[in-house]
Design a protein around this ligand. Structure first.
Ligand SMILES: [Zn+2]
Length: 622
């Protein structure tokens, strides 16, 4: 339910919708498959394989696994009689990858494991799961799930970044006690403490978010250290990166997309901080197309679920490419790495343009682009996060380590793209049954078919709301007002039919209200449900355009298309000026949208605060 990368204003416009989507989608992990007669269980010996052990390469070695743990590794290893032998000729085996920045819910842990990611570090998530996650990762049982560590709730200001995802989260007031706040997280079982220094100025010239101060961060980090926990810091600008280091932060969990400087690099080195740059999500912000490239990679594509493919193709909303964001972030990583600062691979999966598992292969490629050698990039995804986060039984292929392994064809220690040619994944020493999601399918059925008529509403006749408060439409469940009040905001809206529509017609839909402070990403407007029951799936795949008439106060408004099991809508925008104007919106322009499974289309105002008014008329899906 929670993401923590920078969001564009309004991207999380209908949090209640997101909750409804999440509730209607099965988040239950697949049951572990039973052992088969031919299954070697969690004892085996791997022969004649190239080994990347977390730091070094052994060109031809044997790896013995007994009871789910590494028993021996080396050029000559004797296996007990009867232990299954697996030939690794031409292949490379590595420790399972560790994604050091993810937001894991739903199918995340099984999606991750299918791509060789055997552990994820969640950087803001549901703290109620913490005890269960700990039990799971201490077990050596057969599983189809990656292990998970989590920050639980983050240290953020009321209305600040991290509060916009629909879950009621604790926040730290300006006069609150950061040490007591951190103690609360420690009591909940947070594995490390995540602090958020984010005023949104890196992402918008006008938007500002409330944020904790550097002084609060310092007290919080000190409290984390007293409790034996790391304090890691979300930053998105150089100034906050320096403040986080000065406050004693152990790590930065994003890199910023602006030029760094020598003082920053020197401070990072002197204080021995680590950096999880999350280049994958910065590529989404830069609109660099990295997610689309992963979705198109023939080695990855067959293993992606439809939901994963959609997520890889999704973006943060309308806007022009910003290549400098990724280029600056890469240059910063290059400088940090050259200075000897620990770089950890992390994707921020859960966000648009990324997905669990597959995006780690993209992150490795981006780290090599930032100057890490392939083996350094692999270490950044294995032994280095294990060392920095004290994950003592993984990240290396060494005696006593948990046998979380993945083996690929070819040699990723020379060509990093070879990590994508996955031959076998082992979790707790058991071979993972790599179930191939059928190409182009999802666990969700195709939505309800639309009638032949293209007209949704012309608003010419009087509209009488039904018992559920919905205004009728020609097809679908109708129109409903929507605001951020459902997420704790204070914005208001009035929706109703008004006389005099476009082209001399009898009426139009009037939408007016006010965007008020109170929620990090405010919204207000109206939403149409194309299926007979609100939020159920409708099949729009035979339609190509949303066409409507609009006029209004000159603001730019947002169109959000909610689809499939994605919690984030796909977005486009339109301007409502003083004269009626026909707006034609290609449905293909909703990046990553699953048009066969559409739940709602919303027409909304977002930032800036203040009054707004627009009218729409003759709305059609052509
Ligand atoms: Zn994040």
């Amino acid at each position: 339910m929670t993401l923590c990368s920078p969001q564009r204003p309004g991207t999380t416009i209908a949090v209640a919708i997101a909750i409804a989507v999440a509730a209607s989608v099965s988040g239950a992990p697949r049951a572990a498959s039973p052992a088969r007669d031919s299954d070697p269980g969690n004892d085996f010996v791997l022969r004649n394989v190239r080994v990347f052990d977390g730091t070094r390469v052994l060109s031809k070695a044997q790896v013995l696994v007994i009871d789910g743990r590494i028993a021996a590794v080396g050029a000559s290893v004797k296996a007990p009689h009867g232990v299954a032998e697996i030939d690794g000729s031409g292949k490379t085996v590595m420790p399972g990858l560790i994604d050091a920045h993810a937001h894991s819910w739903g199918e995340a842990q099984s999606d991750a494991l299918r791509f060789g990611v055997t552990a994820e570090l969640d950087m803001l998530g549901d703290w109620n799961r913490l005890p269960e996650l700990k039990r799971q990762r201490e077990s050596l049982a057969r599983t189809q799930l990656a292990d998970l560590w989590s920050a639980g709730a983050a240290v953020t200001a009321p209305g600040g970044h991290g509060t916009q995802y629909g879950m009621k989260v604790p926040t730290l007031d300006a006069d609150g006690d950061p040490a007591a706040f951190v103690a609360g997280r420690v009591a909940e079982g947070s594995d490390y403490i995540k602090l958020i220094l984010e005023d949104f100025s890196a992402h918008s010239d006008t938007r500002r978010l409330p944020t904790i101060t550097a002084a609060q961060a310092k007290i919080g980090i000190d409290a984390a250290h007293k409790a034996g926990k790391l304090g890691v810091v979300h930053v998105s600008r150089l100034q906050d990166g320096k403040a986080a280091i000065a406050a004693g932060g152990d790590g930065l969990v994003h890199m910023f997309g602006e030029p760094g400087d020598a003082a920053f690099v020197a401070a990072a080195k002197k204080n021995k901080v680590f950096v999880v740059p999350t280049l994958s999500v910065l590529a989404t912000i830069a609109r660099a197309g990295e997610g689309e490239k992963l979705a198109a990679d023939a080695r990855l594509a067959p293993w992606l679920s439809k939901e994963q493919t959609d997520s890889l193709k999704a973006g943060f909303g309308p806007g022009a490419p910003a290549p400098a964001v990724l280029a600056d972030a890469i240059a910063n990583v290059r400088a940090l790495h050259a200075a000897g600062v620990d770089i950890l691979a992390g994707t921020d999966a859960g966000n648009p343009g990324t997905t669990h598992g597959a995006s780690m292969h993209g992150e490795l490629e981006l780290l090599v682009r930032a100057g890490l050698t392939p083996t350094q990039a692999l270490a950044a995804a294995t032994s280095v996060p294990a060392r920095r986060f004290h994950l003592d039984d993984r990240g290396n292929i060494a005696p006593g380590q948990r046998a979380d392994l993945f083996m690929v064809d070819g040699d990723p220690t020379r060509d990093i793209l070879a990590t994508r040619a996955i031959a076998q994944v082992w979790k707790n020493g058991y071979a993972v049954e790599r179930v191939q999601p059928k190409a182009g399918t999802t666990s969700l059925p195709v939505g309800e078919a639309l009638p032949a008529d293209t007209l949704i509403s012309d608003f010419d006749a009087e509209l009488v709301a039904n018992a559920g408060g919905l205004l009728p439409s020609t097809f679908g469940a109708g129109w409903m007002q929507t605001t951020d009040r459902m997420a704790g905001g204070a914005s208001v809206v009035t929706v109703g039919r008004g006389a005099g529509g476009a082209n001399g017609s009898a009426g139009a839909l009037d939408v007016s209200g006010e965007i008020k402070p109170g929620f990090a990403f405010p919204w207000s407007g109206v939403m149409f449900f194309p299926s007979k029951v609100p939020m159920q799936l409708a099949d729009l795949s035979s339609r190509s355009e949303l066409v409507f008439q609009a006029r209004g106060d000159g603001r730019r408004y947002q169109l959000m298309l909610f689809h499939g099991s994605q919690q984030m809508p796909s977005m486009q925008s339109f301007e409502a000026g003083p004269e009626w104007k026909e707006i034609r919106v290609p449905l293909k322009g909703f990046n990553g949208a699953d048009l066969a499974r559409v739940r709602a289309i919303a027409f909304t105002a977002g930032q800036p605060e203040g009054a707004f008014a627009f009218r729409i008329d003759r709305v059609e899906l052509k």
